[in-house]
Write a protein that binds this ligand. Structure first.
Ligand code: 5RP
Length: 232
């Protein structure tokens, strides 16, 4: 699949998901190229259909895009609940375990997701996999002592790399932290790995989102299809 085809599938999933937002809702808005299509469609609905809703965003990038469309964005602590959050993902398996954080927004994404009544992911078909882990697993790490955290990951065989920007400087998250990507190739025991990562001092959050999502909208050449998590 080339990029244009992949973008068409991402766009179709984003447009389909935008139908889930209703007047008066408080909606979590994720981050990434698929979510950009979602926000474009929500912007269209605000303008052409008079849709009114309040958004809580998972990154400053999404906030900027949404506010450009006149969508009202509030701080997460200014709402007592979030009706639904729609976000992208880097991989998802048949047990509804996924990897997120390709866009370095995993921490805010997980905070918004855990405070949402319903979580929906929008992905193109290439993101649906048998076993997660081919996509490098992002881990958000405090800059102080990050080198030692990386050494610990190396010793465990996690094959870590510090994520760098185009200028060769460490990528900074919206919380000014670093991202370390683990090149694991496959993750057979995601719960154990999640436990190990979150109990490593210096780690703020990891990109394993295990059995959190309620619904996945998959952009497919035959049209968007929906996967419903039977465990939710
Ligand atoms: C950002 C994310 C994104 O949702 C994920 O990387 C998918 O991105 P895209 O829609 O661009 O493929 O987790 O931190």
């Amino acid at each position: 699949m080339d990029k244009a085809q992949q973008d068409a599938l991402k766009k179709a999933a984003g447009i389909e998901a935008a139908k889930l937002i209703e007047n008066g809702m408080i909606a979590g808005l994720g981050t990434g190229s698929t979510v950009r299509f979602l926000v474009d469609e929500l912007g269209r609905r605000v303008k052409e259909e008079g849709l009114q809703f309040t958004g809580v965003t998972t990154s400053r990038r999404t906030q900027e895009q949404a506010e450009g469309y006149g969508i009202k964005i509030v701080d997460i602590d200014d709402v007592d609940h979030i009706d639904i959050t729609i976000d992208g993902a880097d991989e998802v398996d048949k047990n509804f375990n996924g990897i997120k954080g390709g866009g370095a927004a995993l921490l805010w994404e997980k905070i918004v997701a855990t405070n949402s009544n319903k979580i929906v992911w929008i992905v193109d078909e290439s993101k649906v996999v048998d076993t997660i882990g081919k996509f490098p697993l992002p881990v958000e790490v405090i800059p102080f002592g990050a080198g030692h955290v990386i050494k610990k990951f190396e010793a465990k065989g996690y094959k870590p790399t510090l994520r760098l920007d185009a200028d060769g400087k460490p990528v900074r998250t919206d919380e000014n932290n670093y991202v370390v990507d683990l090149h694991l190739e496959r993750i057979d025991h995601p719960q154990e790995l999640a436990e190990d990562l979150i109990t490593t001092v210096g780690v703020v959050e990891h990109g394993l989102f295990l059995n959190m999502v309620d619904k996945v909208i998959v952009g497919d050449p035959d049209g968007p299809r929906v996967l419903l998590n039977p465990n939710k």
